[in-house]
Design a protein around this ligand. Structure first.
Ligand code: PGA
Length: 243
């Protein structure tokens, strides 16, 4: 795992932008694995700027997102499809049919999981996967204890994740209880992975990750089994590593 320590969140976003744009310049048919959450927002803002400032073209790029809530319509303001449209897809020249996000509205979610894993295999392999990290080490919605061989699957969200995401909903009761997520094995199929972490609230998670104890009780630690992972972290999130 390569570790890049940045001064602040802006620099984390900037570094990630450089790596994503380099990937697209190397292959304009790249497949990007994308994440939702607060962490990649600065990256997405810069990718939008890159279209006009640096002439980056998304016409032939495909994207595959990590996860989606179960039970939310695509148009729901808090669906991950809406998040991606608002923060990235509507602002770049990407074709909607090239953007893949699990469909959380299927009655038969298990079938949607199988279909989505086939998308990962047929559209992919993902050239470059962007990840955030949860305070408990989750990646995607793969909570502690998830099988490291898991493919796309349905998860029941743990209380801490629902509480953390409640800030986006009118009340915690409206935060969905289930989600579909790429599994850990699905994520590890990616050729390259960028893990982004910023802020003091991620410091414990970064410290645990960098202790190199590979353990399913801390899902991000399984990334040590992949040979091309770059952790981009700011000083606040790295502060416990030094001590
Ligand atoms: P955040 O979430 O980017 O909103 O901190 C990351 C995660 O929980 O995976």
């Amino acid at each position: 795992m390569k570790v890049i320590v940045c001064d602040n969140y802006d620099e984390v976003s900037e570094k990630a932008t450089q790596l994503v744009e380099a990937q697209i310049l190397e292959n304009d048919h790249s497949v990007l694995g994308l994440a939702t959450g607060s962490t990649p927002l600065g990256l997405y803002e810069r990718l939008v700027e890159g279209v006009t400032l640096r002439g980056i073209a998304y016409k032939n790029v495909c994207t595959i997102n990590l996860d989606e809530y179960l039970g939310l319509e695509k148009e729901h303001p808090e669906s991950y499809r809406t998040f991606m449209s608002v923060n990235l897809f509507d602002k770049i020249d990407i074709s909607t049919e090239n953007t893949y996000i699990p469909d959380g509205t299927f009655d038969t979610a298990e079938e949607e999981c199988l279909r989505y894993e086939q998308v990962i295999d047929s559209v992919g392999p993902i050239d470059l996967q962007i990840l955030g990290i949860g305070k408990n080490g989750h990646i995607g919605f793969n909570e502690p204890g998830t099988d490291s061989k898991s493919l796309t699957h349905v998860v029941e969200l743990v209380a801490s994740t629902r509480e953390s995401n409640a800030r986006f909903f009118p009340s915690i009761d409206e935060v969905p209880t289930y989600a579909i997520t790429m599994g850990i094995k699905s994520i590890l199929k990616s050729k390259k992975i960028i893990l982004m972490a910023a802020g003091k609230n991620k410091a414990e998670a970064v410290k645990t990750l960098l202790s190199k104890d590979v353990n399913e009780s801390f899902p991000a630690s399984i990334l040590w089994n992949h040979d091309n992972v770059t952790l981009i972290v700011d000083r606040d999130a790295y502060e416990l590593v030094k001590s």
